[in-house]
Design a protein around this ligand. Structure first.
Ligand SMILES: [Zn+2]
Length: 316
């Protein structure tokens, strides 16, 4: 398997184990002033370490909210602790993907996995939050991407955040509910908002920079940090424009024979409708429209049921 250079390594998070909320690796900072409940989560996937770096950076800065309440959660620590530099992809999860178990049905299904136990521990913090930022990174090299779930309200919120340049509205995940879609977070009628930032490649140094920059801007947008603090700590300039990709379909492998028929790259554009993109046995997927955008194509060996790429188009 492809082994990318490990520009960043898993940081030492052991000092964060004992939080103040009765759950390991969860820290709550209450300003004592009225304001929103804000949740920032990292390590939803154990191998996506840039968010843990950003959280440690925030601790080193001694950040405290000026109003409202901030909860910082490191989610799948059990997977993170299995990191092996010889097999760096293997620490994504222990038993199952933590970001597919956030429906009440999945949590209450009586299935006992490391991830469902952890989701049940974290659920009260998620359900209490008005604003959520979930910090991820990507297997393949790709520009940063804000996954706004299925709700346009979250894309509007990402435009207020100002970063990154590429925003994504998708169709949800067929394999199960993501944390940012739980309850009111994806309900258009709710005032709650959730963003999932894909900072870049898992072990790229730039992903750590993007994670910190996004976190800093998010804390200011929610009102927990003041503008001056934000300007002191931003890491990157605002992009000149933000563009929204709306996903229309997911390409799901049926077998291990799945193959791409063209070179693919994250946020790559297929200019002409009808261009064959991938094949799996008799099934061929073609670009459904001109300028089809390839969202997070997976170059890993296909498994039946795995989403290999999502197809969408820029709205503007
Ligand atoms: Zn992830």
């Amino acid at each position: 398997m492809f082994k990318p250079p490990l520009e960043i390594l898993p940081p030492d998070i052991a000092p964060l184990r004992h939080g103040n909320a009765g759950v390991d690796y969860v820290h709550v900072f209450d300003s004592g002033q009225a304001g929103p409940e804000v949740l920032v989560q990292a390590l939803t996937h154990g191998n996506e370490i840039c968010g843990a770096h950003a959280m440690l950076w925030l601790f080193e800065k001694g950040f405290r909210p000026r109003r409202g309440r901030l909860t910082l959660a490191l989610a799948n620590v059990a997977a993170f602790e299995r990191f092996d530099s010889e097999a760096p992809h293997a620490s994504r999860y222990v038993d199952e993907d933590l970001n597919r178990v956030w429906s009440d049905e999945a949590m209450n299904a009586g299935v006992d996995t490391v991830e469902r136990r952890r989701a049940r521990e974290l659920r009260p913090f998620v359900d209490a939050a008005d604003f959520v930022l979930d910090i991820h990174s990507m297997h393949e090299d790709c520009r940063p991407l804000m996954v706004c779930g299925t709700a346009d309200k979250n894309a509007e919120y990402a435009r207020r955040l100002g970063v990154p340049a590429d925003l994504l509205i998708d169709t949800g995940h067929p394999a199960g509910l993501r944390m940012v879609e739980r309850g009111g977070l994806s309900d258009p009628a709710s005032a709650r908002r959730a963003l999932l930032i894909e900072c870049g490649q898992h072990w790229a140094r730039s992903s750590r920079t993007v994670a910190i920059d996004t976190l800093v801007r998010f804390l200011a947008l929610t009102g927990l940090a003041d503008e001056e603090w934000m300007h002191q700590h931003v890491q990157l300039p605002l992009p000149p424009v933000q563009r929204l990709v709306r996903v229309t379909e997911a390409v799901v492998a049926r077998s291990t024979d799945f193959r791409f028929l063209i070179p693919v790259q994250g946020l790559g554009v297929v200019p002409r409708a009808g261009t064959p993109i991938a094949r799996d046995g008799d099934q061929v997927w073609c670009a459904p429209y001109d300028d089809t955008v390839l969202v997070m194509p997976s170059m890993q060996h296909a498994r039946p049921g795995n989403t290999q790429v999502r197809l969408g188009r820029y709205e503007d």
